[in-house]
Write a protein that binds this ligand. Structure first.
Ligand code: RIB
Ligand code: CA
Length: 313
């Protein structure tokens, strides 16, 4: 029996977040201690509701969902309704959630869980702006050495940015939180655009989700058909990049990915390049390595994994 990994999913659903969350809920190798919502793709009132809709769609209303930060640590909130739609989960028609939102604040939940669980037992899967994690580390620095690993979707180097020429959305929304996380010394894996832009929701792959002929499978196809429009027209590709499920796929099958242990620093001052992940891929600085930066992925095998797991719901 493979090791069961305890995880917290921090997220701003988001259609790609939804596929990541559903894949995690369908994977017995992962024990989801909680899902913490953060403002990002859409405001917090919607990301927390979307997280609950997704859990119910996956048949897991028992999952604990917490609401966290309504805005970044320093900057004003920037959202992405142009990509994700007004609800943040446009595509399928999903009922209003009936499962409860937990009373506890997400940042307090993160701190309390890391203090309660055995040191080194919990992995943080960050699928949105890093505000909740940044606040938790600031409020209680003692949790840093207790975190096993952070696997985050964010940043870009060879692919540039997707919200400015220099910055990827998750890092751009809260660069100060990202800088705090990368300075924390916590083992960190970064899944950047350089990797996720190779993971395209082609028509064949979307049809495979629809072909599951289950409510979750059809809903995923409808989410992707909405979500991919923006990037298809921007990049002229068959399908758009499916970012966040790469984080969960990395936990399930890390060998699908490759990258380098390098220094990654965050621009938090310049307006021109704010939120840029300055990744020292070629080792031209003497800055100490602080993250495993992924660049390549077996995208065909990754989609096989996602389709197989969603098919279990
Ligand atoms: O840049 C892509 C990231 O921003 C993804 O996590 C997407 O959901 C949005 O949050
Ligand atoms: Ca996201």
């Amino acid at each position: 029996m493979p090791e069961i990994r305890k995880i917290i999913i921090d997220t701003d659903p988001g259609q790609d977040d939804a596929v990541a969350i559903m894949t995690a809920l369908a994977s017995p190798e992962l024990e989801i201690l909680g899902i913490t919502a953060v403002a990002g793709n859409v405001p917090l009132t919607l990301t927390e509701k979307n997280a609950r809709k997704i859990c119910e769609l996956a048949g897991r209303p028992d999952t604990r969902v917490f609401a966290g930060a309504e805005h970044p640590m320093v900057r004003k909130l920037v959202t992405a309704e142009n990509v994700h739609g007004k609800t943040g989960l446009d595509g399928p028609t999903l009922p209003e959630p009936t499962m409860p939102l937990q009373d506890q604040d997400a940042v307090d939940f993160i701190i309390e869980t890391l203090k309660r669980e055995e040191s080194g037992a919990v992995t943080i899967c960050a699928l949105g702006p890093l505000t909740n994690l940044g606040l938790a580390l600031k409020r209680e620095p003692k949790i840093a050495p207790r975190i096993r690993e952070i696997v985050l979707m964010g940043g870009g180097l060879f692919e540039g940015g997707n919200v400015t020429p220099a910055a990827e959305f998750n890092i751009y929304v809260d660069p100060h939180a990202a800088a705090l996380v990368l300075a924390s010394g916590i083992p960190t894996v970064i899944v950047p655009l350089d990797c996720t832009h190779k993971v395209l929701t082609t028509a064949k792959r979307v049809a495979a989700f629809r072909g599951l002929a289950t409510r979750p499978g059809i809903a995923v196809a409808e989410m992707l058909e909405f979500f991919e429009r923006f990037d298809e027209s921007k990049y002229g590709t068959d399908g758009g990049p499916l970012h966040d499920p790469c984080v969960i796929a990395y936990l399930l099958k890390p060998d699908l990915f490759s990258g380098r242990f390098i220094n990654v620093s965050i621009e938090t001052v310049s307006e021109l390049t704010l939120g840029m992940t300055v990744a020292d891929w070629w080792g031209v600085t003497n800055k100490p390595a602080n993250a495993t930066y992924l660049r390549d992925v077996d995208h065909e095998a990754l989609f096989q994994l996602l389709i197989e797991r969603i098919g279990r719901l």
